[in-house]
Design a protein around this ligand. Structure first.
Ligand SMILES: [Zn+2]
Length: 62
């Protein structure tokens, strides 16, 4: 797999695992189609810190 393919795949995964409201990236797919955000943003259920990525900002400048 080429780097470009890997990036495209990662971006596709990220779209499904990152909450658009709190920008947190989870280790699992979010119910974006039904809720539009993670559970915590949706109804206040605190997310288990083990379920999301603790990242410092390291966005790739493309
Ligand atoms: Zn959220």
């Amino acid at each position: 797999m080429t780097l470009a393919q890997e990036r495209a795949l990662d971006r596709a995964m990220e779209a499904r695992t990152r909450c658009p409201k709190c920008r947190r990236r989870y280790h699992h797919c979010l119910p974006l189609r039904t809720l539009g955000s993670c559970l915590e943003c949706h109804d206040g259920t605190p997310a288990d810190p083990a379920n999301y990525v603790h990242e410092s900002r390291h966005d790739l400048v493309a």
